[in-house]
Design a binder for this molecule. Sequence first.
Ligand SMILES: CC(C)(COP(=O)(O)OP(=O)(O)OC[C@H]1O[C@@H](n2cnc3c(N)ncnc32)[C@H](O)[C@@H]1OP(=O)(O)O)[C@@H](O)C(=O)NCCC(=O)NCCS
Length: 180
Amino acid sequence: MRRKTHQTARLTLRPLRRCDYSTWVKAYAGGLEQQNEWDQGPLKKNKCTLKVFTKFLLRHRRLAREDRCYIYGVFLKSTLVGMIDISVYERGSLQFANLGYRLFNRYWGQGLAREAVRAAITIGHRDLKLQRLEASIDLPNKRSIKLVKSLGLEREGIKRAYWFQNGGWDDQLIYVARKS
Ligand SMILES: CC(C)(COP(=O)(O)OP(=O)(O)OC[C@H]1O[C@@H](n2cnc3c(N)ncnc32)[C@H](O)[C@@H]1OP(=O)(O)O)[C@@H](O)C(=O)NCCC(=O)NCCS
């Protein structure tokens, strides 16, 4: 499915393009030091080559074409401030996806993630025809929990040993946005 551009009051959500390379480098290499365990922190500049960026773009395009994952850059004017991904887990009678979000740490604390995730929910429900968007959150990730609560997502409970990360299976808090 084609990823459309989506505009909010302050932000634009759209696929990354080749011309975004310099803002992409700034976003990934120019961040503040890692703020918490879920924050990636700045990447080394030598990891942010045009070759790596081009690989990302091609991968993003392929995943969308195959209806597997829809990845959007979040732009504040021409600056890349975050990334959103909507990973389709099941079509058929479930129409179910995982909703992932990340804001580069320089831009935290301004309500931008909230604005971007609200838009991502509209994209998921309206453009991608998904019924269920699930945010799967590490139990101590307070910022992320606050964010989904502020958007009115419904807490469904805890899935035990649900997410494999850092060499182990972690419990996850599940919050859901359903299409009404
Ligand atoms: C989770 C994450 C996206 C939240 O970002 P955020 O900037 O804290 O979230 P919000 O956009 O909701 O901003 C909320 C803050 O902006 C403030 N704010 C300022 N202006 C605002 C406005 N116009 N509207 C709403 N909030 C506003 C709020 O008071 C709040 O401040 P606080 O952090 O001091 O309480 C970010 O921390 C992140 O990317 N973390 C790393 C990756 C991650 O954990 N992803 C989620 C995995 S499940």
